[in-house]
Design a protein around this ligand. Structure first.
Ligand code: NAP
Length: 549
């Protein structure tokens, strides 16, 4: 029997991979709501903030309104525009790390090369009780599989590995791809390049959602955001609502989809201003099947005199040109590949689970996760933005917070209740996958277009959550512990300890906190639960109840 009060903490070692939006949130969460832990965040890059450090191509910005691309509890009043540049967002995450003292946990230029579940306690380089993979979904950029690509003797660039020293002025520049990256790059480099040839395989929807047009904030607006109570909150809530409610557009055949198609087709026609080009650029597939992108100035730039739009496949790349399937040659000095990322969900380093199983092998034919958060046979391993997470279903930063909160609940139980391992059951994974696949049949994501949301071979939607962000909030609100195989260190009731509660042993705490003047609405057992699970009771009593784990 432990001579400690009920729910006494034990020390916990957490390793987190990646110091982008997810890893920083995890660090914040642990630092503010836990004690008795060691956290090591390994970041492969020389600096933090993940995708917003890596992606520095001309025009790189976030196509989600800036005021809704912050943590829910950490607004920023001085965003320069409603679509903020990559540099501004990079600064936001750096400021966040500084404000909350998170850098002490972060080791930059430390790339994780392997992870192994160790049932028998043999020595590894860095042991941990939990491994949290916060390495991002769009992180492993890829060259296009075009014959001869690396024979190109001019400058060869990828959007996600931009080289600022490459000069585009006066050059014949080729741009492959019209995904979100290509759409942002094109209008930015068109004024600089002597000639720009863009290679497009499929059309894509490019149009801001109604009411979300590009807007640069004036000094007066920013001051109001800073000084007038409620103004910024109101803006954030309204835009968040638009983002959240947009979800019904993604349901095949919905009235919202039909209305959006009518509106956006008209908008695109006007912006393109050339009937023949419009015919080729406006998709026949549903809005949202590929990621919708607002694309300020993209369509308008395509008809400028120094821009050529080439439709179809590139057959071959030679030392100085692209050759398309129609046999035409397009001479180039610089070739930019805005060709996206490896989104197969194959781990970037060996992840070895129970019985020596490799995650890469387990997921070879399909990424089979437990709600996008964990994998069967890989105990105490959690993933931010794993397969089938709400990466494009609605607001994403809050979805990251939900995931961090979810992991924190397990970490909390591990610390206080003597858990040894937590492993999602295979049948729970199978059921989740079946439900997900059934849902996707009614979504536009499964319809006829090429997109990284789907597996290229099977056509199954692997990247998105089967529902809206509000739906996700409710799904993750409390873990379904019965879906997990939980093992304990010895007696599962050892945490009951010496028969005392922590409130009794701390003279500064109110042991009669349940004596109230009236029923405040919250069931007593919930306040008891949150009280016992808090970092410290003193902190909790000052904190709003909804912040308690
Ligand atoms: P992407 O959406 O995967 O687009 C890649 C583009 O490259 C597609 O047009 C694709 O054509 C083309 N491509 C690939 N291989 C090709 C080949 N062999 N020949 C010709 N074309 C080829 O990649 P991305 O634009 O980098 O965007 C990925 C995701 O990153 C976005 O969906 C978004 O989630 C995120 N992102 C976000 C922002 C933001 O503002 N928040 C900005 C940039 C990116 P096909 O479609 O025909 O395959």
């Amino acid at each position: 029997m432990r001579n400690q009060p009920i729910y006494a903490n034990r020390h916990m070692r957490v390793v987190c991979i990646g110091a982008g939006a997810s890893g920083l949130y995890m660090a914040y969460k642990l630092k503010h709501y836990f004690t008795d832990f060691t956290l090591n965040i390994y970041e492969k890059n020389p600096q933090i903030s993940g995708t917003w450090f890596e992606n520095r191509y001309p025009g790189c910005a976030c196509d989600v309104p800036a005021h809704n691309y912050t943590y829910s509890f950490e607004p920023k009043w001085d965003w320069s525009a409603n679509y903020a540049s990559s540099r501004e967002i990079y600064t936001y995450f750096n400021d966040f790390a500084d404000k909350y003292g998170l850098r002490e946990h972060i080791h930059c230029e430390h790339e994780v090369v392997g992870a192994r579940w160790d049932e028998d306690n043999t020595e590894l380089q860095q042991r941990c009780d939990f491994l949290i993979n916060a390495s991002g979904i769009l992180n492993n950029w890829r060259w296009p599989a075009i014959p001869g690509l690396h024979s190109f003797k001019g400058e060869l660039l990828h959007s996600a590995a931009w080289d600022d020293t490459v000069q585009l002025a006066g050059k014949r520049v080729g741009l492959i791809g019209n995904g979100s990256s290509g759409v942002q790059i094109l209008p930015e480099i068109q004024p600089v390049a002597a000639h720009l040839t863009t290679f497009i395989r499929e059309p894509t929807w490019v149009c801001p959602t109604r009411g979300m047009e590009y807007h640069k904030y004036t000094d007066e607006e920013k001051q109001r955001f800073r000084d007038e109570p409620g103004v910024l909150l109101n803006v954030r809530k309204k835009k968040e609502e638009t983002l959240a409610r947009f979800f019904s557009v993604f349901v095949t055949g919905s009235a919202a989809q039909t209305m959006a198609v009518d509106y956006m087709r008209e908008q695109m026609k006007q912006k393109i201003g050339d009937a023949e080009l419009a015919q080729k650029l406006i998709p026949n597939f549903s809005i949202g099947c590929r990621r919708l992108t607002p694309g300020p100035n993209y369509l308008e730039s395509l008809t400028l005199p120094n821009v050529t739009v080439v439709h179809g496949e590139i057959k071959e790349i030679t030392p100085d040109a692209c050759i398309t399937e129609d046999g035409r040659t397009w001479p180039l000095d610089v070739l930019i590949c805005a060709t996206g990322f490896d989104t197969t969900f194959q781990p970037r380093f060996p992840v070895i689970g129970r019985g020596g199983k490799s995650l890469a092998a387990e997921w070879a034919s399909e990424p089979r996760s437990y709600m996008g958060l964990a994998a069967h046979g890989f105990p105490n391993y959690f993933m931010f933005l794993g397969p089938n997470c709400p990466i494009a279903n609605g607001p994403i930063i809050f979805a990251i917070e939900l995931q961090g909160e979810y992991f924190a609940r397990f970490l909390n139980r591990w610390q206080k209740e003597g858990l040894a391992s937590i492993d999602p059951r295979r049948e729970a994974v199978d059921d989740f996958m079946a439900q997900k696949d059934a849902f996707m049949e009614s979504s536009v994501w499964a319809s006829g277009c090429q997109s990284w949301y789907k597996d290229r071979k099977t056509g199954k939607v692997t990247a998105l959550w089967p529902g809206s962000t509000p739906h996700y909030m409710e799904a993750l609100a409390s873990p379904r512990y019965d879906d997990f195989e939980i093992k304990y260190h010895g007696n599962r009731f050892a945490y009951l300890g010496n028969g005392f509660s922590q409130t009794e042993l701390n003279p500064d705490l109110d042991v009669t906190y349940y004596i109230r003047e009236k029923d405040g609405g919250e069931p007593l057992f919930r306040s008891l639960q949150s009280t016992f699970n808090a970092k410290s009771l003193g902190d909790l009593l000052q904190a709003p109840p909804d912040l308690a784990i």
